[in-house]
Design a binder for this molecule. Structure first.
Ligand SMILES: Nc1nc2c(ncn2[C@@H]2O[C@H](COP(=O)(O)OP(=O)(O)OP(=O)(O)O)[C@@H](O)[C@H]2O)c(=O)[nH]1
Ligand SMILES: [Mg+2]
Length: 297
């Protein structure tokens, strides 16, 4: 997924190597290699603030360091590795803990139209269902066929879907789902919601009501990596509602890796999972180390 960025880093490392002689790195020299890196990151949709942070980190790390020509590349790579790692490293969320500490746990999924909420719910349900009793809540009563879509996943996975009519109040649907889970001794409710943007004032207010009424144990924002730099704007729009963690979907299609860097850093919230395809198994637990390694391998 990080093909482009990998190439850029390779070029950058080559240049870094050329400019490094056996002496202390001056600010000018470091600036020169970071210039290339900045371009690579910009091309990969990394937000400007994030690039600045990475550059500041690396400048602090590199200026004045005495490096031989042979050491140059690995030295700079290591510095880049650390800088990117710092950007991605938010305190993680352990979904098992959330489920075990709440009886039943309510996990609410929110995000823009088509970002992958319903699919991500199905993927997570598929992971959890062997260990936990899972109930799905059809909180998208707005988009036509949304309830049927969730019901189909429920049927595939052998899970109960709690649903009302289209047009019903999603706060009530989710409330009922939690009651049902409580009665049936289920462990966790995964609640779908309608896709919306901040311009949909009514839908945004409706989402706030869902949160106020049901007080979820975990609010998960689902964002689509294809939105590029817009992912940060999208995330900001949900700050009014509040979210705890992020799922970044469609990283299998996104050829630019920048959105993950920007999201983690600018929201201060952890990326919990990456969506890597349309099948149930196409969900990866996010790990900053793995991400950085993949980026730089
Ligand atoms: N390639 C790829 N496609 C995905 C991924 N996640 C979701 N999709 C696809 O994206 C489309 C939209 O996914 P949904 O899960 O319906 O998205 P949603 O956010 O629930 O959409 P709305 O309910 O309309 O707001 C579907 O065609 C999914 O198969 C992913 O990680 N990779
Ligand atoms: Mg949906």
């Amino acid at each position: 997924m990080f093909g482009n960025l990998k190439d850029s880093v390779k070029n950058f490392s080559q240049k870094a190597k050329e400019s490094v002689t056996e002496k202390e790195l001056s600010e000018d020299e470091v600036e020169d290699v970071l210039w290339d890196l900045e371009e690579a990151l910009l091309q990969n949709n990394v937000a400007y603030d994030v690039i600045e942070t990475i550059k500041e980190d690396m400048t602090e790390d590199l200026v004045g360091e005495s490096v031989t020509r042979m050491q140059g590349e690995s030295f700079i790579r290591e510095s880049l590795h650390d800088a990117i790692h710092d950007v991605l490293d938010q305190p993680p969320i352990d979904i098992d803990t959330v489920i075990q500490e709440n009886d039943p746990a309510l996990i609410l999924f929110m995000g823009f139209n088509g970002s992958g909420k319903t699919t991500s719910i199905a993927k997570i349900a598929s992971r959890l269902k062997d260990e936990y009793e899972v109930v799905l809540a059809a909180g998208d009563t707005f988009r036509s066929a949304a309830i049927d879509q969730l019901q189909e996943h429920g049927d595939n996975l052998g899970l109960t879907v709690v649903a009302h009519e289209y047009g019903a109040d999603p706060a009530a649907v989710i409330y009922d789902a939690v009651e049902h889970a409580d009665k049936e001794d289920a462990d966790v409710v995964l609640a779908d919601t309608a896709g919306r943007s901040h311009t949909d004032q009514n839908l945004m207010a409706q989402l706030k009501k869902v949160v106020e009424v049901n007080d979820p144990d975990l609010n998960v924002l689902v964002v689509d990596a294809l939105a590029g730099n817009d992912v940060v704007q999208q995330a900001e729009q949900y700050e009014a509602v509040g979210f705890d963690g992020i799922i970044l979907t469609k990283v299998d299609v996104d050829k630019k890796g920048g959105s993950a860097l920007s999201l983690g850093y600018l929201t201060g919230k952890p990326i919990m999972y990456l969506g890597t395809g349309q099948q149930y198994e196409d969900l990866e637990a996010f790990d900053a180390d793995t991400m950085v390694d993949r980026l730089l391998e």
